[in-house]
Design a protein around this ligand. Structure first.
Ligand code: ZN
Length: 465
């Protein structure tokens, strides 16, 4: 089975050949921490999770990095408005970012460098670019001169012949297709603005620089895969190439560029003015299960626009229930024993088909189709009671492996209402006896099984989550 990815740089699907199969080097552009992530942001993080879990399923070892932008124009603006320090302001949003990842069962990557911890590396890169005569100074800022870098435009296929020489941008974001020199180092606009001392004067780095500097710091040379949303192709990724190749022309930078499409809500672009702007917390507050949200974000191919809708969340919930139902039937018969190795017999062909979808540029919709074909077969076999013990265990291994990607199935025996109530009585008694260790254990065990307890004045209430 050959793993292939669509490479934005070459505009074709290519066989994936990393430098070291046991340590695939991946860099993913991460969040700017100044607000709640919205579901469009979370789609791109889910895409990173899909890539990561697929590579692991296929036996690759990973060394993946996601940057945390904890300094930029918006962060400075909002921390001043809130009358707090940049550090305190960003820490709150970093915590929220990780909470949201956990809610969606998005696996953590190996490295989360922060921009503010990478300043010396960024300054070193500016110096190297200066030595290579690719920079100039203007109004206290240092700019990259894109007219002197001949590969500029190679990723976005932008025609840069008409660029205005000396036209500059020092904001962190700018209009699409407007090609201008970008800031590497920016002098403070206000007295109290967060800034660092440097040989280029007091200032802070431009946003584009952090990704190039972090890649150099962590991997010393180039990487196998770089990911991001399609809106980052230009200018952000184009500028990353300019910085990294401009500083180290002897080294390769990125072999495969993978970009994830936008998310739409009910067919429209998500925006605050249209009233269709949702964070993860907004959707959960409307009563939707985080796992239904995960399933929906996962179920679209990353290179197609994802049309988010509440009716689709209902469909996702049903799809998960269908899978869980078949799994529960099998688990009843294996007495909840689960085989964790690879499927070898009954489920092997179905499992290979599931992997084939993933190998074809992470075609999750195809893989999900194969899963539903497989459970149809399993349900028929269960109906006719024709499965041997070995075959049943093989099916549990199928579910165990596909769930390494899906993360929506439970292999625990679900508790009956009467069993939950008996445990709540036991916990009440433990609390009366001041045995808080036991009462906390019972609460935590129930939570792991999807039962949430809420203490209220009228007693303990519980719900399935
Ligand atoms: Zn980046």
């Amino acid at each position: 089975m050959k793993l292939q990815f669509y490479n934005t740089l070459t505009s074709v699907k290519e066989a994936f050949e990393p430098e070291d199969k046991n340590k695939v080097k991946i860099y993913s552009c991460g969040p700017t921490v100044y607000n709640y992530p919205h579901i469009g942001n979370l789609r791109s993080f889910m895409f990173v999770d899909t890539l990561r879990r697929t590579l692991k399923l296929l036996g690759y070892g990973l060394n993946q990095t996601m940057n945390i932008t904890d300094i930029d124009d918006k962060i400075i603006r909002d921390s001043i408005t809130e009358n707090t320090t940049v550090e305190k302001f960003t820490q709150k949003w970093i915590d929220i970012f990780f909470e949201d990842l956990q809610t969606l069962k998005i696996e953590k990557v190996e490295n989360y460098p922060r921009a503010t911890e990478t300043i010396p590396d960024m300054l070193r890169m500016i110096e190297t670019l200066e030595n290579n005569q690719l920079t100039y100074q203007k109004d206290g800022n240092i700019y990259f001169s894109i007219g002197k870098f001949h590969e500029y435009g190679s990723l976005s296929k932008l025609d840069v012949t008409g660029i205005k020489s000396g036209a500059r941008y020092d904001a962190d974001e700018y209009e699409k297709d407007d090609v201008r020199d970008f800031a590497l180092w920016k002098s403070p606009k206000q007295e109290d603005e967060k800034a660092w001392e440097s040989k280029f004067g007091k200032g802070r780095p431009g946003w584009h620089l952090e990704c190039s500097a972090m890649i150099r710091k962590i991997y010393q040379s180039g990487i196998d895969i770089h990911t991001g949303g399609i809106d980052l192709i230009f200018p952000h990724h184009e500028n990353e190439i300019a910085q990294s190749r401009g500083a180290y022309p002897q080294d390769h930078f990125v072999k495969y560029w993978l970009h994830c499409e936008h998310l739409l809500v009910e067919g429209q672009k998500m925006s605050k003015s249209l009233g269709n702007f949702y964070t993860l917390r907004d959707v959960i507050a409307q009563g939707y299960d985080p796992l239904s949200i995960r399933y929906l974000l996962l179920s679209f191919h990353y290179r197609t626009k994802l049309n988010f809708s509440f009716s689709r969340l209902e469909e996702s919930k049903k799809a998960i229930a269908k899978l869980q139902n078949t799994l529960d039937r099998v688990l009843e018969l294996t007495n909840f024993q689960v085989e964790k190795g690879l499927p070898k017999g009954y489920a092997r062909e179905g499992y290979n088909k599931f992997l084939e979808g993933l190998c074809d540029d992470l075609n999750v919709p195809k893989s999900l189709g194969e899963i539903f074909e497989f459970i149809k077969k399993v349900n028929n076999s269960l109906d006719s009671k024709s499965l041997s013990e070995g075959e049943l265990l093989d099916i549990t291994s199928y579910f165990h492996n596909v769930n390494s990607l899906l993360q929506v199935l439970s292999f625990e025996k679900s508790l009956l209402d009467s069993e939950i109530e008996a445990l709540i009585d036991k916990r009440n008694q433990a609390r009366k006896d001041k045995n808080f260790k036991l009462s906390d254990e019972i609460r935590d065990d129930l939570l792991k099984k999807g039962i949430k307890l809420e203490d209220s004045k009228t007693g303990v209430k519980w719900k399935r989550i």
